[in-house]
Design a protein around this ligand. Structure first.
Ligand code: ADP
Ligand code: MG
Length: 704
């Protein structure tokens, strides 16, 4: 241990960096519960913000209650009734004046609880007021018995409601947060953004913002708070967005410091391939391919995202890049999110490249034993120029001899973390492969600026010629028979159709069952048509056999789960029915619909829905009917669902913002970028500390 130098005053230990265990009264059980919420250090608690607030600063008279509001009332029990019709329920009528009655309704209750309510008893209740047939009511209100004439203690601040976890009640978590807040250092120590920058961008005090959001005064603008648009919340959102921006930039800088092989082939393979193609690349494909090749020719690793709508021809751009790498004597890894899609790439690439004498190796998760070992060996020795596969490519043990280019067909399913894992496979000394990410759903500019700040972006903004827009209609499930009849008619004309079963929440097994039920129904109804079935529980071989039969036109109708969402390419299929379309998000609907409209015939898509439609679902279906433009759909999607869903990163946690919401806070991004640039250039230590503060032990973002 170093001996402290007595001439230099020791830096004050940062209270935010201490473990939550150092707080008074926080024992191991609480530490463990907090850890489940990702709260390990004192500063994690500072930034653990309320989900919403309850106003217990006043008591409302029952006469003033309005449906939809949350309110606190003091009232006396007038009558108690236990009912058992349909399901057990407990109804407690309370009043605070003549003819001023409110019904408290409970569906889950213990007997002792039911017996506890006695006429004449005074209660303090808090809950959401609802309009019921007989008058106003609260369902499962919070309540407390008031003893005799006990006065009601009103809060002097709005009561925060925190995100929490099982076994950790609101009172306790609010208690620890309060203890953590007591350790907030003075502004000058807490603030990591230089004063000049704060002044230039109008950033208010961080300390005050934190104190405000944890304990808003009674006169706070509650509507604004509820929407996360209060200036105090915006101040914190700014800091969170800034941190994410900095961490992605840092990641990118770290990668850029490495070296990559300069991949400049002689163009021979590419020329022969282009000559053999049955089509000419579109202008957009050519432009993007040039951008990619320019990157690959440099000795710095490429990190490029190619975005292009469904069917825009990203595969051809990927193949073009792959051939350039192969010409230069390097290997290429191509990864896809699902086995089905990976297999499709495999077949495409083999079809294109075998005539050129370029071998394409298959490396998938389910492949076992000898075949796998042999494939891995060829990859390791550098003998296989191109390897296609799923995540298995990234698993331990798959080493590449001379990996020069990694292509990730992302479709939003890979996170930054995964992008890095594979890149590490190619490390040889300091050299890393170039990286190309393909993504199908166009990413709105705001998202590209933040979520993909570590990548350069190219857009294939033109579809191959001859595509006809898909006609889309929404039809209630009540008219299912008509829809089936329509398929029957279409198939009689030699057209092919997809019937997509969607059950999003359920397990793969339930999804398979739903598909099997639809399969049985259609097989029965579509006399004279051959119907096939594919779902995620089938073996890859079986799936492939069915897909091949459909592609060959031997099946008229393919019943499928959303396994066909990505990449499946059968140009003759011109009709698609999507069941329970009201449950799907826009991005997914757009992906699915992209399976039709690939040939020259006019295609149509029927969105079957189960009424009644909620507001959101209605809007989504409306958007789908109005447009085929992936960009507009993506923007609408962002507006309706928020970025976590749009990017599909819920699972990976890559974009698990605590406070910020990219759709709501997009207006902050230009300033975030500006501040970020100055900080990286002039205040790298503060930038580092900011990342440490927000990322810390919970590792929400990726470290380079
Ligand atoms: P996505 O961008 O959705 O991955 P694909 O690469 O699967 O699209 O291409 C969709 C279809 O369009 C494929 O059948 C492909 O062969 C075809 N295609 C690609 N580029 C062109 C082009 N320039 N002209 C005509 N057809 C093309
Ligand atoms: Mg594709």
């Amino acid at each position: 241990m170093a001996v402290p130098d007595s001439r230099i005053p020791a830096a004050p230990p940062d209270p935010g960096a201490r473990s939550v265990a150092s707080l008074p009264g926080v024992g191991p059980a609480l530490v463990e519960a907090l850890a489940r919420l990702g709260l390990e250090r004192v500063q994690d608690l500072w930034f653990h913000l309320p989900l919403r607030y309850e106003d217990r600063t006043r008591v409302s008279a029952i006469a003033d209650l309005r449906p939809g509001e949350r309110a606190q009332v003091v009232a006396t029990v007038e009558a108690v009734e236990r009912g058992f019709r349909y399901r057990p329920q407990l109804k407690v009528a309370v009043g605070d004046g003549p003819n001023q009655t409110l019904l408290l309704r409970f569906f889950h209750f213990r007997r002792s609880q039911a017996e506890q309510f006695q006429p004449g008893m005074r209660l303090l209740c808090y809950g959401e007021v609802r309009q019921a047939a007989q008058g106003l009511e609260m369902v499962h209100p919070q309540y407390r018995r008031l003893e005799g004439e006990e006065p009601v203690a009103l809060e002097d601040r709005l009561t925060p409601v925190y995100p929490t976890t099982e076994g950790l009640g609101q009172k306790r978590i609010a208690g620890v947060v309060a203890k953590a807040l007591a350790l907030l250092p003075p502004e000058a120590e807490l603030e990591l953004i230089a004063p000049a920058l704060c002044a230039r961008h109008g950033l208010s005090s961080l300390r005050e913002a934190l104190l405000y959001v944890h304990r808003p005064p009674p006169d706070a603008r509650q509507a604004e708070l509820a929407l996360g648009r209060h200036p105090a919340q915006q101040r914190l959102a700014f800091e969170e967005l800034l941190t994410q921006h900095l961490s992605l930039k840092r990641l990118r800088a770290a990668v850029r410091r490495r070296r990559a092989p300069s991949l400049e082939g002689d163009g021979g393979l590419r020329r022969r391939w282009l000559e053999g193609l049955p089509f000419r690349l579109t202008g957009a494909q050519q432009r993007v391919a040039r951008e990619v090749l320019t990157d690959m020719a440099a000795a710095k690793p490429m990190l490029r995202l190619v975005q292009g709508d469904v069917g825009s021809g990203k595969t051809a751009v990927a193949c073009h890049a792959a051939l350039a790498a192969v010409e230069a004597g390097y290997q290429v890894a191509l990864m896809a999110p699902t086995e089905l899609l990976a297999e499709q790439h495999l077949r495409n690439f083999r079809h294109w490249l075998q005539p050129l004498g370029v071998e394409v190796e298959w490396l998938a998760g389910k492949q076992q034993g000898k075949a796998r070992r042999a494939a891995m060996q060829r990859v390791a020795e550098g003998g296989a120029p191109i390897a296609v596969g799923t995540h298995a490519l990234m698993q331990e043990g798959v080493a590449f001899g001379r990996l020069g280019l990694v292509i990730v067909d992302e479709q939003h399913r890979f996170g930054v973390q995964q992008r890095l894992t594979l890149r590490d496979k190619g490390r040889d000394g300091e050299r890393v492969p170039h990286q190309l990410v393909l993504t199908a759903t166009p990413i709105p500019r705001t998202l590209a600026m933040s979520a993909y700040a570590d990548l350069d972006v190219s857009a294939i903004d033109e579809l191959p010629p001859g595509r006809t827009p898909v006609q889309t209609i929404a039809v209630s499930n009540a008219r299912r028979a008509e829809v089936i009849e329509r398929i029957h008619a279409a198939c009689a004309e030699g057209r092919q159709a997809y019937w997509v079963c969607t059950l999003i929440e359920e397990s793969e097994q339930l999804r398979a069952q739903a598909a099997e039920a639809a399969f049985a129904e259609l097989t029965h109804a579509l006399v004279g048509c051959r119907v096939g079935l594919v779902h995620g529980r089938m073996k890859p071989k079986e799936k492939q056999a069915v897909m091949d039969a459909f592609k060959a036109g031997e099946l008229a109708v393919l019943v499928a789960t959303t396994v066909i969402e990505v990449g499946v390419d059968v140009p003759n299929a011109s009709l698609m029915v999507i069941e329970n379309s009201e449950r799907l998000g826009l991005a997914q609907l757009h992906q699915l619909r992209g399976r039709v409209g690939r040939g020259a015939v006019a295609s149509s898509c029927v969105l079957l829905y189960q009424p009644p439609l909620g507001q959101l679902a209605r809007e989504r279906l409306q958007v789908m009917r109005e447009t085929n433009d992936g960009f507009r759909i993506a923007e609408k999607d962002l507006e309706l669902r928020g970025p976590g869903e749009v990017l599909g990163t819920r699972q990976t946690g890559q974009l698990a913002f605590r406070i910020a919401d990219l759709a709501r806070d997009a207006a902050l991004l230009p300033a975030v970028q500006a501040v970020g640039e100055v900080m990286l250039a002039r205040h790298p230590r503060e930038a580092e500390r900011l990342i440490e503060r927000w990322v810390g032990g919970a590792a929400r973002y990726v470290h380079a």
